[in-house]
Design a protein around this ligand. Sequence first.
Ligand code: PLP
Length: 451
Amino acid sequence: HMPTAELQALDAAHHMHPFTSNEALANKGARVITRADGVYLTDSDGNRILDGMAGLWCVNIGYGRTEMADAAARQMKELPYYNTFFMTTHVPAIALAQEVAKLAPADMNQIFFASSGSEANDTNIRLVRTYWAQKGKPGKSHIISRKNAYHGSSVGSGSLGGMTYMHEQGGMPIPGIHHINQPDWWSEGGDMTPEEFGVACAKELEAKILELGEDKVAAFIAEPVQGAGGVIVPPETYWPEIQRICDEYEILLIADEVICGFGRLGAWFGSEVMGIKPHIMTIAKGLSSGYQPIGGSIVCDEVAEVIGQTEFNHGYTYSGHPVAAAVALENLRIMQEENLIEHVRTAAAPALKAGLETLADHPLVGEVSIKGMMASLALTPHKDSRAKFASERGTIGTICRDRAFANNLVMRHVGDRMVVSPPLIIQQEDIDALVERAGKALDEAYSEVKS
Ligand code: PLP
């Protein structure tokens, strides 16, 4: 390929990147990733970089699996495309829907396919509104979500999201979407115990329902463990109280499993781990380990039956795309054949926890937040005080992220939290390397902010 500098110049000239300024691309040049295998990326200069983020929290089975390429090629030769509109279907969509239903909780047996988490969450807005309209309650249409949540980038899913800097572009959130606080005890818990704070945050849902009127609220959406918001593991009291409130006020519960699903928390779905009984689950990312764009909404029997009484006027050209479905099916086969969930539960997650906890004493680290294979380190200028850096959004995080990358480790930063979420196949040796490189990045960032 061309020299890196030339690729970077062309990239900056012609390619608009998500969540990136073209000025930054022009000044600094994006890293050009050329290939990958296992848990390692290779860049255009030949560096081997440990991918502590599994891409964007998605490459659960690791890179370079030729079985996945074979599944795609087979399907492309046989039936590269057909749709699932207007009374047609095809074998890969049928097989994947059946397999997902088998893995989902017993009362969740229908899936509506999309190509991404954003599309699936847009689907969810329409699913819950259609459900209540069918039940004779069209006014029950408002949806409550959480501040700082990420549910996607389309106008609908971005409105469900609670990242205000995404709303600043205007027109968002769309009407009928509301946000309550996230259960981030470390940052916002004040003098409360985590248990008290968990209940207090959940009670915000009740207060919002009462403010809007329970006959107006269709659904509550949340991730079992908030991912892109910084890996916010809720206090143990949080989900039981949320569940009680949803049951009491007849609010549909949507669990966004885009990150938590397919093994990341050590079970097929994060809802199992956090003790949640959702009506709808959003899935994407780990469904295909990112090898093909595919997502969907898994719908419980009761909701599916009500919606099934009418035409659900919604769908995407690529809903249930045969190649994406065949690849996702192969991904699920590999995960089962290799007992990947068991590997997470018994080996990878305990090792990651033990490793990251050795960084808890670092002068920059205030909290190690971890559940399964998603973790974050909250950085603070005054250890033990839970204080925040009084800097621009993400400055210390940016320094740390860049230091990690210079040490051949991909970590992501969310404000002042450093996040890791590696491929689930990761073994002890690479977890050790991840922790060592993260420690070095912290040391270097500490020297920089101290001076
Ligand atoms: N929901 C959650 C929890 C996510 O983390 C993401 C993406 O990061 C999405 C939805 C959106 O998924 P996609 O980027 O596939 O549209």
